[in-house]
Design a protein around this ligand. Sequence first.
Ligand code: GLN
Length: 385
Amino acid sequence: MPKEHIAARTQVFNESVIREMTRLALVHGAMNLAQGYPDFPAPDFIKQAAIDCINADINQYAITWGSPRLRRAIADKTLRLSGLDLDPDREITVTCGATEAMMCAMLAIIEPGDEVIVFEPFYENYVPDAAMSGAKLVFVTLRGEDFDFDPAELRAAFSAKTKAIIVNTPNNPSGKVFRHDELQQIADLCQEFDTLCITDEIYEHILYDHHEHISIATLPGMYDRTITISGLSKTFSVTGWRLGYMLAPAHLSNALRKVHDFLTVGAPAPLQEAAAIAIEQADSYYPELRAMYGHKRGILLNALRESGFHCHQPQGAYYIMADFSDLKFNGDDTAFAHHLIQHVGVAPVPGSSFYKGPAGNTMVRFTFSKSEETLLEAARRLGTM
Ligand code: GLN
């Protein structure tokens, strides 16, 4: 028998479907509404801050946990917006994107075989994160127009084996913003079963209509058992800067910091300093961001509905899950995504990438994190279907 050179943990997940769709979009000249990143410029104030920081020679390793000014800016912002009063020296850790933060969180808390509850549809990274850390995922399906969960189904998912639950609000891909009463039910179960909560809040500032973001860490009894993850990528349109962070009580942060230190040493130093400058002056920018994405949401929702898709109206984040059953396409979601890329010139992500079960097989996900020009051209092409 030849020696097996590849670890089994790499064989239970595949290459990212989201990034595969981006590659296909490039090959076929399709408008890329697959991968969620802006194709428009980042705000001038954050770009100028980065240029200034490099010129000021902030070019060597930052402190592993993150630059003091950035951790202070995150602490001040968190206190202003959610009321949590964090110690930046012990409870905040800056990472290379929220992606690293999520992997750190899993590696820091999971023993092989531990169960982790995740709502489906889910962001695709959680599957490889679980595989690499040895966690067994237990899925609870969000259903209906508002992607609600069934409280009995959620309770049944919890057991003595449950180590943590992953919450992602605002949610990628559904656009759901978890309500206070829903977070309270999750919080009650976390406390009853003594489990941790990992909450991915990377879209915290991208909200529509009357929807407001609530951090589960602010609910009574939850701070001590919650790892809150966010970052700069989506809020400041700088996905390539790779800046994320984790908020957690000191006893959890100690473990998170050890994993982070040996995974990446630290996030890019000049960009951390620029991020601090941006966060310090961003309070008036957040409403502008909301308004900009509200407008983009309208363009894509109209285009998709006029083309015959049944769409869930997102409450937050910048994705639309679109059901194509009414279009009478003869094939599954992957075949439909390939058809759209090759013959219509618009790239989505197959819905099954976000589900363990079959619920995604009649859906594709589109992002509207694109310029008005891109969205209007995509709308024109969808109109030719
Ligand atoms: N979060 C973005 C999305 O869901 C980008 C994914 C990625 O490539 N990391 O599309």
